[in-house]
Ligand binder design. Structure first.
Ligand code: FES
Length: 273
């Protein structure tokens, strides 16, 4: 199978958008699923959400954050070059149905992970409110695509270099207060479900807020993955008192069941390797 790079776009100094020919994956992949990709034989694999798929052209779109040597090599590959391997689609597809009003909170690379799910939720008839954030304007990803995927969107940057200053979680807290001024839920305008994707701290804060308000919340978790086949155990996390695997049981989980303290310890342990 030839996995040819058919398009490449520089989104920021260390973020690339790649379109890669992978007809079998493009025909099967669903919102929320990901692939395991190696630029060259022997490289450490990189796990990436399939942000877009075009079954007609047989092409998938990936956003590559060049945060490791393998990801950098992949992101720097030129158009017409062949990627060594792509395994997928992997993981459970997002459960998409008509829930009502949905808020999608995403920061940094988490915006690429939430985008296909937001699109699928909108297509199914939900009303989508997006809250996206990044540290700086340069790091803000896929804003135009998120604007299309949502009925309403709020954008923030930590340093105030674009739109407004502050954290996405502060914006989300304000939205909850505006919609639930006294926490009553029998108002006409209410949030039926929340999706969060981004840093562990951000997702933990969002889940803390929605637990108080009784709003179902889904989070997208990408622990360190090696084989992506449920064999190596590198991606295990604690959810609902059980050990589960990010690569086969995820990447989407019930946010109120996730043990974020355990997740932080596991993520930090890998960063120190
Ligand atoms: Fe090895 Fe999930 S990546 S078990």
């Amino acid at each position: 199978m030839d996995f040819e790079i058919v398009n490449r776009q520089i989104l920021s100094p260390d973020i690339r958008r790649l379109e890669i020919r992978a007809p079998m994956i493009a025909a099967k992949v669903k919102a929320g699923q990901f692939v395991r990709i190696c630029a060259e034989e022997g490289d450490n694999p990189v796990s990436l959400t399939v942000v877009d798929m075009d079954a007609g052209r047989g092409v998938i779109t990936l956003i590559v954050h060049e945060s490791s040597p393998s990801a950098r090599k992949l992101g720097e590959m030129p158009i017409n070059e062949m990627v060594y391997s792509i395994l997928g689609p992997l993981g459970e597809a997002s459960f998409v149905e008509k829930f009502g009003t949905i808020v999608c909170v995403a920061t940094g690379p988490g915006i690429a992970q939430i985008l296909p799910v937001a699109r699928a939720l909108k297509k199914t008839g939900n009303k989508l409110i997006g809250i996206i954030g990044a540290r700086t304007k340069k790091e803000l990803l896929l804003e135009a695509q998120m604007r299309l995927a949502c009925h309403k969107i709020f954008v923030t940057t930590d340093d105030g270099s674009y739109e407004r200053r502050g954290l996405a979680t502060d914006l989300f807290r304000k939205l909850l207060i505006d919609l639930f001024p006294t926490k009553q839920v029998n108002k006409e305008e209410k949030i039926d479900r929340v999706y969060a994707s981004g840093s562990v701290d951000m997702m933990e804060t969002v889940c803390g807020l929605t637990r108080e308000s009784g709003i179902a919340t889904r989070v997208m978790i990408y622990p360190v993955m090696v084989d992506c086949a449920g064999m190596c155990g590198s991606c295990r996390i604690r959810v609902g008192g059980k050990t589960v695997l990010g690569c086969v049981d995820g990447p989407e989980f019930n946010g109120h069941d996730v043990d974020f303290q355990d997740l932080k310890i596991r993520m930090n342990a890998w960063e120190q390797v």
